[in-house]
Design a protein. Structure first.
Length: 136
């Protein structure tokens, strides 16, 4: 039994989706199995690291990238995610009011005028040294 690391699939999750992955083609077998390649892709997506910063335990970044491109173009990820959507990982979910932005008018505060009241003597048109806003 493989002990999953933080960004990797558990054994039960892999057992549910391993049938979606295409078998190896004829010729030289790949040194990278599908589970390791998928775990590498998950590590990259969750960490936000560039492809070249892939840890060595996952193999060559070029191999993982070519596998990723092939799986994306074949629509494999949609099938895998639809299969695993019933089993969400809530470990990294964080939601509070500081990240939910309210509309600017939802604050309820009355907006003050920039230059005072309209009936005031000191409106913008009467400011000294203000050549752009002459009264007409």
């Amino acid at each position: 039994m493989i002990t999953p690391k933080r960004y990797e699939l558990e054994d039960a999750q892999w057992d549910r989706i391993k049938g979606y992955f295409p078998p190896y083609r004829t010729g030289r077998p790949s040194s990278l199995d599908n589970r390791t390649a998928l775990n590498a892709i998950l590590w990259l997506m969750r960490s936000g690291a560039p492809w070249r910063d892939l840890p060595e335990r996952y193999g060559s970044w070029k191999t993982v990238y070519s596998r990723f491109r092939a799986w994306v173009s074949s629509g494999l990820f949609e099938q895998v995610f639809l299969e695993l959507i019933d089993d969400p990982d809530m470990e990294n979910l964080s939601l509070d009011s500081t990240i939910v932005r309210a509309h600017q008018k939802a604050t309820g505060a009355k907006k003050s005028r920039m230059y005072g009241r309209k009936s005031s003597y000191w409106t913008k048109s009467r400011w000294p040294n203000d050549q752009d806003s002459r009264t007409r």
